[in-house]
Design a protein. Structure first.
Length: 126
């Protein structure tokens, strides 16, 4: 066992991919059920945006890729998926600079991150 006051060098479990405080803020902002509506939009739009981004990457269409991921920045932020929001922010910059190698590396992370956030939101029943 660890001595009192000492933390292990790595997290014992993966942190939640969604900040619950963000979801609570949505309900405070829009009333009961508002978070659920925003999450529904995120779950419907997210996969389509990622598919659009993947298609734009295959065509090497930087403006289309930037457009596809741009919409994910605010929607990910709205549901408290801050790691996902930061990733898509980076990808938008990469698309604007036509950094195809970086985008090729990050696309699987985008797909995995979106899947992880969606699964978490499904699991908490939001």
């Amino acid at each position: 066992p660890m001595p009192p006051g000492h933390l292990p060098p790595y997290p014992m479990t993966d942190p939640a991919p969604v900040d619950p405080a963000a979801l609570a803020r949505l309900d405070q902002l829009g009333g009961p059920g508002f978070a659920r509506r925003i999450i529904g939009i995120f779950l419907a739009e997210g996969p389509r945006r990622v598919a659009d981004a993947r298609s734009a990457l295959a065509r090497r269409d930087g403006p289309a890729l930037a457009h596809a991921v741009h919409a994910l920045i605010s929607s990910a932020g709205n549901v408290g998926a801050m790691d996902l929001a930061e990733l898509v922010r980076e990808m938008e910059r990469d698309a604007e600079q036509a950094d195809w190698a970086a985008l090729e590396r990050k696309m699987p992370a985008l797909e995995a991150s979106l899947a992880r956030v969606a699964a978490h939101l499904d699991r908490i029943g939001a």
